[in-house]
Ligand binder design. Structure first.
Ligand SMILES: [Zn+2]
Length: 145
């Protein structure tokens, strides 16, 4: 399972707020939160008390501007199933229901993972790929009365 996610490489910079060096995750996980984010080697700051979630040089995305929780950040945002692309369990179920049980979100995530646009081991607090969780939620929904 360890080969499912690949991480873009780039030069690593310290977080502009807490000075810890975050993992390079690329632009794909930043886009759901900031659609106009520039392409590049975005990094994820994993310090729970630091307000910066993603940064690239001096550009930052902070905990108030993300649409779902990312990693271990303490925010009031909903907890996603897929930390890379900010999908929540509610999103998944609504999508599966709208498409007769076939989730297009799952297909999109699979495609993104195949193309290497996923950084689960840095963004998901479990450090595992989210596809297994997504599978479980969809299966549970399908068998629910
Ligand atoms: Zn930081």
């Amino acid at each position: 399972m360890s080969s499912c996610c690949s991480i873009p490489t780039g030069s690593t910079m310290p977080c502009p707020s807490c000075a810890q060096i975050g993992a390079v995750v690329g632009a794909a996980p930043v886009r759901p939160h900031r659609p106009d984010s520039i392409d590049g080697a975005w990094q994820h700051c994993a310090t729970p008390s630091c307000p910066v979630v993603y940064y690239l040089d001096t550009a930052t995305v902070d905990a108030d501007s993300v649409i779902t929780q990312v990693g271990h950040k303490a925010t009031d945002q909903p907890m996603p199933v897929c930390f890379c692309f900010a999908h929540t369990a509610g999103d998944l179920l609504a999508d599966a229901t709208a498409h007769g049980g076939a989730s297009t979100i799952k297909a999109e995530i699979k495609q993104a993972v195949a193309e290497g646009h996923c950084a689960c081991e840095h963004l998901n607090p479990s450090t595992k790929c989210c596809l297994a969780d997504i599978q479980r939620i969809l299966r549970a929904a399908a068998t629910a009365p």
